[in-house]
Design a binder for this molecule. Structure first.
Ligand SMILES: [Zn+2]
Length: 284
């Protein structure tokens, strides 16, 4: 328990504990942050019991955060699905997201489950700056947070000063400790600028999707900034003499990754591929 009105639901992403979180916030009604994957929907619905969320906020449309949105929208027809306006079309038609994951990580793909479309009338597009008053002094502010994806948002709960980071601040307490530079659109400059924006909010705790709550929020934001800079420096250096597949092999042969389950190694590889792609396309 972080604050009496915020709960972490372990979505059992890819069938693994403490890998993907969905947050439940209770004001006068209840809301969710993230939907989890399509494969996590039953877990989320079980955790909600007879609660029926009014809003489901998605930090971005990648399938580990939003893959279950269509299923949850169907189960809770009065719920609004809140997402950056640039992400809306991918929820109405998830074909490109599905194809993106199938080609970027064919091994992980089956673990996501099958997303379905969100019907347009349930979508509530945002761009950043909106404030949702949830009653009982709980207020959620939408923060534009591009970098991990151009349409990424974070959510800031003003009463507890909890910042829901999505993938903007990487992973926490997770053996996949590389920066979340996944394909296809990671942008280093935007990612670093976003960390500055998040710091100016002066959050007191960070609520990570992967996974859980961290205190010392400002120190964590600085830590991630340093990690991102070092990560790109290392990959830029390696890419001068090695092919992408060789870079992936070299990083995965480090002892801390060698002992990880295959699925976590695949996640590290995906972050390496995304960073190399953004070096290639000039977004780093
Ligand atoms: Zn993610």
């Amino acid at each position: 328990m972080i604050s009496p009105f915020i709960e972490v639901i372990d979505a059992q992403q890819f069938g693994l504990p403490r890998t993907g979180a969905v947050y439940l916030i209770r004001g006068s009604g209840s809301i969710l942050i993230e939907s989890g994957t399509a494969a996590s929907v039953a877990t989320i619905r079980d955790s909600l019991g007879n609660l029926s969320p009014e809003y489901i906020f998605l930090t971005h449309v990648h399938l580990d955060h939003a893959g279950g949105a269509g299923h949850l929208a169907g189960a809770y027809p009065q719920a609004k699905i809140v997402v950056h306006e640039r992400g809306c079309r991918h929820l109405v038609d998830p074909t490109r997201l599905i194809e993106g994951v199938r080609s970027a990580s064919p091994d992980l793909f089956p673990k996501y489950g099958e997303p379905i479309a969100v019907s347009e009338h349930q979508l509530l597009p945002v761009t950043g700056g909106e404030i949702f008053d949830l009653g009982k002094n709980v207020q959620l502010e939408v923060i534009a947070a591009p970098g991990h994806a151009p349409h990424h948002i974070c959510l800031f709960e003003r009463n507890s000063r909890t910042l829901f980071t999505g993938d903007a601040v990487g992973n926490w307490d997770n053996p996949v400790d590389v920066p979340l530079t996944v394909p296809p659109r990671f942008d280093l400059d935007q990612g670093l600028e976003t960390l500055g924006t998040l710091k100016r909010l002066r959050p007191s705790q960070l609520a990570f999707t992967h996974f859980g709550i961290a205190n010392h929020a400002l120190a964590q934001l600085d830590r991630y900034k340093g990690e991102l800079i070092d990560w790109f420096e290392d990959l830029r250096r390696l890419s001068r003499r090695l092919l992408p597949a060789e870079i992936i092999d070299q990083i995965l042969s480090q002892p801390k990754y060698a002992s990880l389950p295959r699925i976590k190694r695949d996640m590290v590889a995906m972050c390496i591929r995304g960073a190399l792609l953004s070096l290639e396309t000039g977004s780093a």
